[in-house]
Design a binder for this molecule. Structure first.
Ligand code: NAD
Ligand code: GLY
Length: 366
């Protein structure tokens, strides 16, 4: 059963993002695509181990043939080296330009399968079926698809919009706890960018309110999709505005690379980075103390980490390393107020250091 629906519309694209209770209805959605020669479902064995039987039950009577391709799970397999095997499987199955890719998984599968679709025979259609919270609220929407190089994440990619997004909420019931943090951090980010009622609602929720099927979860997915769709609709290729979606990510990425992607999940690192961004916002744009306290309270009640534990100087070094290609200045997305983001704000390294030191020692963070 479909629970809610949004549309993203930009120049030259328009597609629905639907939240469904489970997989029923996916067959009809796939059948609604015109002139499909074959579906290639890209997933991994972890996800297939739990959900393949439900998927096959739903699509076994498709009038178009399908092939399931198993990628290896994990970020390290969202790698350029993994593409050849998938392309070969497709060629061997006679995939032509009317083939359609179905990305069945989290953000890793979505980005990887989306890139396969963007590049196979110069681009074929694809569909997103997100199975993690992060994928439901962020990565399945907006058409950024990519693979990693040894020398950097998401270095090889494209903007390639899906035909539709079909999120089956029941899959979230098996999501590991740390994967919830990844999605919740992006939800909080969207609420900070939006201000408004969404943010107020978050001040009244706690982590235990979020479970597959809960009303709070549905609401937060819907609001996140609304906010992201609105931004992507205005600026698909990140010429400007779309950069606001990187709120919290400058520090987040630096913490992740400093700790070699082992200590924190992406969402945990982004959470800490959101607080850095708000502390900088207070210094530079007059973001208020009461807003800062509100943000900390929301994040704590969602059990998201807020305190910096790493050495500030090391974090700064990693920020500078990440940004080398853009020149010396470190630019941040900051907030004047909730709902009033500014992107490309240059920040002096001494001020970054001062704020990181404060975030490491600040008592309010508990
Ligand atoms: P992920 O795809 O690695 O999934 C996390 C883990 O959960 C994996 O081991 C996966 O196999 C498993 N899993 C997936 N669904 C499950 C389920 N329903 N039940 C149990 N286990 C399940 O992680 P993610 O957080 O979804 O995605 C992270 C990726 O998304 C990163 O590569 C990041 O770069 C990308 N991303 C892309 C965008 C974008 O706009 N394209 C935005 C944000 C993040
Ligand atoms: N997750 C950032 C973006 O989609 O632009």
């Amino acid at each position: 059963m479909m629970l809610q629906k949004r549309e993203v519309e930009g120049s030259g694209f328009r597609y629905p993002i639907e939240l469904h209770e489970d997989l029923s209805g996916l067959r009809e959605k796939l059948e609604s695509l015109k002139k499909v020669s074959r579906f290639f479902i890209i997933t991994n064995r972890e996800i297939a181990g739990i959900y393949e039987k439900y998927l096959i039950q739903e699509i076994q009577s498709l009038s178009v043939p399908y092939t399931i391709i198993y990628a290896k799970p994990g970020e390290k397999n969202k790698h350029i080296d993994r593409l050849k095997k998938v392309f070969h499987e497709m060629v061997k199955s006679d995939a032509d330009r009317k083939a359609v890719i179905v990305a069945f998984g989290g953000g890793v599968i979505g980005d990887f399968a989306g890139f396969v679709a963007a590049s196979y025979q110069r681009g074929i259609r694809f569909v997103q079926v997100p199975t993690t919270l992060l994928a439901c609220v962020d990565s399945s929407v907006g058409g950024k698809v990519a693979v990693n190089l040894d020398l950097g994440k998401n270095m090889i990619g494209a903007f390639h919009q899906p035909e539709f997004v079909f999120a089956p909420m029941f899959t979230l019931s098996t999501l590991p706890e740390k994967e919830w943090s990844c999605g919740l951090a992006e939800i909080v980010k969207h609420a900070f960018l939006d201000g408004g009622e969404f943010l107020n609602r978050l001040t009244h929720v706690k982590r235990s309110d979020f479970s597959a099927g809960s009303e709070v979860l549905r609401y937060c997915i819907d609001e996140s999709v609304r906010i992201k769709s609105n931004v992507v609709g205005q600026d698909e290729k990140e010429g400007g505005l779309r950069a606001i979606l990187n709120l919290g990510h400058t520090t987040g990425h630096a913490i992740e690379s400093l700790t070699q992607y082992k200590k924190y999940s992406h969402g945990e690192a982004v959470s800490i980075g959101l607080i850095t961004a708000l502390l900088l916002s207070r210094k530079i744009l007059g973001f208020s103390d009461s807003n800062l306290s509100k943000a900390v309270q929301i994040m704590k009640s969602l059990s998201l980490p807020v305190r910096l534990k790493e050495k500030p100087a090391d974090v700064l070094t990693h920020m500078e390393h990440d940004k080398k290609k853009e020149g010396k200045t470190l630019n941040f997305v900051l907030l004047e107020d909730f709902g009033k983001p500014k992107f490309g704000v240059p920040v002096e390294r001494d001020l970054i250091l001062e704020v990181l030191k404060f975030q490491k020692g600040w008592e309010e963070l508990g």
